[in-house]
Structure formats: C-alpha cells, structure tokens
Design a protein around this ligand. Structure first.
Ligand code: CA
Length: 223
C-alpha cells in the first residue's frame, strides 16, 4: 500500500519516456522533407547546360565547382542514380551552374566548359565528366586546371574542335556565361558546393539520395 504512489510515479515516468522516444523515432523517420529549405523561386536555367527532356516537369539544378572534391564525389555516386531514375524517364531535367569557390582554376574550368557548351552542346556532358575525372584525389587545391590539361581532356571527347576551344578560352569569349552563373550563386545565396535544388527546394544534404527522391516525387505530385 505505502509503495503504490511511488510505483505510480515510476509508471508515469516510464510512459512519458516511452512517448518521448516514440516522438523522436517518428521525427527521425520523417526526414526528407522537413529539413529542406524552400525558396521563393527556382534558378532560371535558360542558357544553362541541361540534360534530359526540356519538357520534363521537375528541374534539378546543381551549383557545382570543377575543383570541389565533394562535387566530384556527388557526380560519381549520386548523379548516375538521379539520371537513371528520373532524367532518362523524362521526369527531371538537370542543369549545372558554375561556382567559383576555388579561385582561378574554378574560373578557367568554368570558362572552358561554357566554351565547349557554346561550340557543341552535345559534347558538354562528356567533357564535364572527363574534366571532373582529372581532379586529383589528393591535393585537390593544386593548380591542376590548366589550358593544356583542358585541351588534353577535350581531345578525348568527340565533337570538340580543340583549336576553336583554345581560342575561345584565350579570348575569354564565354566569360559572360561564367559571370551569369556567379550572379546566380549570389542571388540564390549558395554557400556550399555541391548545392542541389529540386525546383524551389534546397536539399539539406546533397548526398542523401532518399531526400532528393522524396523532393522530386513530391514535386511530381504537385505538378
Ligand atoms: Ca552556365
């Protein structure tokens, strides 16, 4: 008898603790939409290299930097899944916008990529991939992006006239496109690379493919 109020307190405490645990579990299972940030608008992709059906209902944008190791890893690990699940199936179009967080090398790589895109849009994605492959796994801060390296990479991609590319790089002919991207980086307050956006939504963790899938599927439902 005299122990029962104590027992009651213990039971109530256990029930409360169980409820708290249940809430924590429910919240952590609910990731994917709750942590993402929704902006007022999506980045404009006119004039940007875009993969997939131009009428695809959902737009995924990567703000990336050829000198950023996380962008290389994203391109190797997440991008192929995104392409096979959503781009090849006509649900998503994917655009890449240049970020120059690593200085001169980022700028030269971006200028080269924009020049390839201008010369032959069909050669762009292969060049993009081949250039990322040249990023060294150690000491990515080294000055590995040079005009010589770019021309070497371009010569391995079909459909690129390397002489034309060389003169485009030397004359900075596509610098306006690089500057256009930099303006978007500022406008969309990009702080980290890669930054992945699904329509107006910024994905909190670009390596969380489940979160990207959830955002795309939600956008497809709203469509
Ligand atoms: Ca661009």
């Amino acid at each position: 008898m005299k122990n029962s109020p104590f027992k009651l307190v213990v039971i109530i405490t256990l029930v409360v603790v169980a409820l708290i645990i249940a809430l924590v579990v429910i919240n952590s299972n609910n990731s994917g939409s709750s942590e993402e940030t929704t902006l007022d608008e999506q980045p404009p992709i006119n004039g940007q290299p875009t993969l997939g059906d131009s009428d695809a209902p959902v737009t995924v944008v990567e703000f990336g930097d050829f000198k950023c190791p996380a962008c290389k890893a994203w391109g190797e690990n997440i991008f192929p899944q995104l392409v096979s699940d959503f781009v090849d199936t006509g649900k998503v179009k994917f655009s890449y916008i240049n970020v120059l967080f690593h200085g001169e090398g980022s700028q030269l790589a971006s200028l080269a990529a924009e020049s390839v895109y201008k010369q032959n849009p069909d050669a762009y994605w292969e060049f993009h991939k081949a250039l990322f492959e040249e990023q060294p796994s150690e000491n990515h801060h080294s000055s590995w992006v040079t005009t010589e390296k770019i021309l070497e990479v371009a010569s391995g991609v079909s459909g690129i006239d390397t002489d034309k590319l060389k003169s485009a790089i030397e004359s900075n002919s596509e610098m306006n496109e690089v500057n256009k991207d930099t303006k978007l980086v500022t406008e969309f307050n990009v702080q980290l690379t890669p930054t992945i956006m699904v329509n107006e939504m910024v994905i909190d963790d670009p390596f969380d493919y489940e979160a990207i899938k959830t955002a795309i599927n939600n956008a497809l439902e709203e469509n």
